[in-house]
Ligand binder design. Structure first.
Ligand SMILES: *Cc1c(COP(=O)(O)O)cnc(C)c1O
Ligand SMILES: [Zn+2]
Length: 404
């Protein structure tokens, strides 16, 4: 892939948990200053999550810091730069020699019947199911392969309920790289089939997603492969935030009032929040939208933390929304701080609500998505019961399209 994108303007890495600012290094992973140290009660003043209660299990996740004055001039890049790489001035790496599947540049379109029922002025669907492997996860994967290649690595790893693993496997198949993926015991047959077709090395855990994350991290440490675990690797969220840049541009820089997405580890909505804040910092939009994050009630630790309620530490609840069934979310501080900054909300919905929303999305908008992705509509419907959405514009981010 030969193209001219702007020099990245990343200058450092800031830890959500301890606030330490580290110099930028492509070797960076979790915060070195946090390693082996007990978690503070709340994130300190220097952290973007300042004042938010820290869970002892929160890892030291780092956030990429940029020089926005320097980035402004070539954002987005001029000329024929495809998809996600148009936003190169606010990405931590430039495209290298690898042949990547084309990612980003997905359509957005109105859903007038749904808008009317919810009392909105307008509702838009940002259809990220139209990425190469049918999920928004492809945006992070594109960065992971580029970074792996920049560091001379030919193998990657990740843990996943399915979408991240399939994304990694597809991109690796296309680029001629190897990957090892760790999936939970309940990964569906459809998902396992995709992984095997792409030729991934598949490890099916005996446990849930959280256990698969631990197994993949241990395996990655042994093998020296490059990590596509989006919460731990600080650079991957930067790929996901490009969906916000596209929404801004597609709506002619008139930011919506609300942006809604399902929340698992917290990377996706955290990234969307960062993307919109950066658009506001650069003066492209006047004000960042309120973020509405949605979890399935059966597994909703981030909603509990948002409410200041204790997080259940048993394995009690369950949900069919496998792609967000995360009991120990790794990017909670990120998503909590972005939702707070946006004056947004985190909402839980029942599986029955998701089921109903999924059929309304099909019948009233002509769109079929995976069960988890329909949680976004269920969340917006729940919000519409709590407050009037009259005169408001909302965007649902359709995060995954693989039906299983
Ligand atoms: C991964 C995923 C999410 C949630 O993303 P997090 O970064 O884990 O919060 C939402 N929807 C779908 C379809 C996903 O695959
Ligand atoms: Zn730290």
């Amino acid at each position: 892939m030969v193209m001219t994108t702007p020099e990245p303007r990343a200058t450092g890495l800031r830890c959500f948990r301890c606030g330490t600012l580290a110099p930028l290094s492509l070797d960076a992973y979790l915060c070195a200053a946090c390693a082996g140290r007990p978690a503070p009660k709340e994130a300190p003043r220097d952290s973007p999550a300042a004042g938010i209660a820290v869970d002892p299990a929160d890892p030291g996740v780092q956030d990429v810091v940029y020089d926005y004055d320097a980035a402004a001039a070539d954002f987005p890049a001029e000329g024929r730069v495809p998809g996600l790489w148009r936003w190169g001035a606010l990405l931590p790496v430039q495209p290298g020699p690898l042949d990547l599947l084309p990612v980003g540049g997905t359509p957005i379109f109105p859903a007038p019947a749904l808008a009317k029922r919810l009392g909105l002025r307008a509702l838009y669907l940002k259809d990220d199911t139209r990425n190469p492997t049918q999920a928004l996860k492809d945006r992070a994967t594109a960065l992971a392969l580029t970074l792996a290649s920049a560091r001379g690595k030919e193998a990657l790893f990740c843990a996943s309920a399915g979408n991240a693993a399939i994304s990694l496997a597809g991109f690796c198949a296309h680029a001629g790289l190897r990957c090892a993926v760790h999936v939970p015991s309940y990964a569906s047959q459809v998902r396992l089939d995709w992984l095997r077709r792409f030729g991934a090395e598949v490890h099916v855990s005996k446990g849930d997603y959280d256990q698969a994350v631990e197994e993949s991290e241990a395996e990655g440490e042994r093998s020296g492969a490059y990590s596509r675990n989006c919460a731990y690797n600080p650079f991957l969220v930067e790929g996901k935030k490009t969906v916000a840049f596209e929404i801004g541009e597609q709506l002619r820089w008139l930011a919506p009032d609300l942006v809604v997405a399902p929340v698992g580890d917290g990377c996706t909505l955290g990234a969307i929040g960062k993307g919109f804040r950066e658009l506001a910092t650069l003066g492209r939009i006047k004000k960042a939208p309120r973020l509405v994050g949605v979890q399935a009630r059966g597994v909703s630790p981030i909603v509990a933390r948002f409410r200041g309620a204790p997080v259940p530490d048993d394995e009690g609840g369950s949900t069919r929304a496998a792609s967000i069934a995360v009991r120990r979310p790794r990017n909670a501080l990120r998503v909590l701080s972005e939702v707070r900054a946006s004056e947004g909300a985190l909402i839980d919905v029942s599986d029955a609500d998701i089921e109903a929303a999924s059929s309304r999305l099909a019948r009233e908008a002509g769109v079929v998505v995976e069960y988890t992705a329909a949680a976004a509509l269920a969340g917006l419907e729940s919000l519409a019961e709590q407050e009037s959405l009259a005169g408001k514009t909302a965007v649902l981010v359709l995060t995954g399209g693989r039906v299983d």
